[in-house]
Design a protein. Sequence first.
Length: 197
Amino acid sequence: MRIGVIALQGNVEEHVIALYRALKLKNLDAEVVGIKHKGIVPTCDALVVPGGESTTLGRLMEREGISPEIKKEANFGIPIMGTCAGLVLLAKQGDRQVEQTRQPLLGLMDIKVNRNAFGRQRESFECPVDFNGFDSPFNAVFIRAPCITETGKDVEILSKHNGSIVAARQKNLLALAFHPELTDDLRIHEYFLNMKG
Ligand code: GLN
């Protein structure tokens, strides 16, 4: 098994470490690779699109020819987790800012996003959130975080913070507004490893 983390910008190493720790907990043998150019995505069984800055990340993924590969693999049903900027990129629709800057989205999930939902008031904060299926709250780290403002019928809402949707799943796609790789709690990485297309 091979898990790819898009490694063009953002929180890459933290995801690699969290994935290896979660794999060990589950006694799974897998390799985690950073992806900087095309040709690697098709060899992966699961993918992570990390946080960072979604405009930059989206443009770099287009330039490197990685975006079309992700779209293709997503349709084959491999699990893909997008965190923060990665959530924005998974979305089919953005807010006005996204439209005005014409930032390229992967457009895979039937969700609409607000790119900087928690940005202006507080740049970054930590807060326990309830997560569907978890028996205790998950300590979520939000950094200039987006949120989901609309969901299609196939989308399962997994978590909300102050009424805003901050985690959702559509079949093989998992989107999180916060950063599970920045805490020691591995439950979300384990949840991701349990996902089947
Ligand atoms: N709001 C940022 C963006 O859309 C994402 C911030 C983050 O990933 N920490 O680019």
